[in-house]
Design a protein around this ligand. Structure first.
Ligand code: ADP
Ligand code: MG
Length: 211
């Protein structure tokens, strides 16, 4: 079971992880975008967690929804609406829940991915966050189907996410600002794929700390 407390800790851990990697994310974006991904993520997620105390006594869905609203309204750039939609759809998938079993977690992750796909229309191989989120969801689903608990499934998911992140380096960007570069985007890891990997890694960090 993933508890509400763990979800709150996940968000805190992710914010700390973004802060640590703020310059790195911005450098990645400088190579193929406009050098603001670390800044966008840091500003947006810090603002999002600042108001968590006001929803901390509500269910998990309300917490994720509050995060999504702040992201949509306050991160500039493509990543605001994309991460905002991810959290909004994730919140809808776990309506009313105070803790999440394996199937709930699968529903949350799948809905988040579907939100990003619906909003950004990227496909696998377009060199975006989808190249991390899509293999992550597939791996989590398979792990749960094989009888893994959430911790075990997340260990496999984060490994798949890391591979997906690395796999963006040789890709030609087909979506977002990086797509303006065409072939010149080759040889650089995608910033959004990198932040999505950090998001999943932060969840694993929290689950491992409780196990
Ligand atoms: P912007 O590109 O507007 O400056 P950011 O720098 O914050 O926004 O985010 C860039 C990241 O957003 C990219 O690295 C990519 O992963 C992601 N991205 C951009 N467009 C899309 C899209 N259509 N679908 C999915 N992800 C996208
Ligand atoms: Mg940018």
């Amino acid at each position: 079971m993933v508890t509400k407390q763990q979800i709150l800790q996940w968000l805190q851990t992710f914010v700390a992880e973004i802060e640590q990697n703020k310059d790195y994310l911005t450098e990645l974006d400088a190579a193929i975008g406009d050098a603001d991904h670390g800044i966008n993520m840091d500003r947006g997620f810090k603002k999002a967690i600042a108001q968590l105390p006001t929803v901390a006594d509500k269910d998990i869905s309300s917490i994720l929804k509050a995060v999504s609203m702040t992201l949509i309204s306050s991160i500039g750039g493509a990543s605001g609406p994309l991460y905002g939609t991810l959290f909004l759809q994730a919140s809808t998938a776990v309506a009313g829940k105070q803790d999440l079993n394996e199937q709930d977690m699968l529903g949350l992750l799948q809905a988040g991915l579907d939100g990003v796909l619906g909003r950004g229309k990227a496909q696998l191989g377009d060199k975006t966050m989808v190249d991390v989120l899509s293999p992550a969801v597939t791996t989590f689903q398979q792990a749960v189907a094989e009888g893994n608990n959430t911790l075990q499934a997340m260990q496999r998911t984060v490994a798949a996410a890391e591979q997906g992140m690395k796999d963006t380096t040789p890709m030609v960007a087909k979506k977002g600002r990086a797509s303006y570069l065409g072939e010149r985007s080759v040889g650089h890891q995608d910033p959004g794929a990198t932040s999505s990997y950090l998001m999943l890694k932060s969840l694993l960090t929290v689950l491992e700390s409780f196990s």
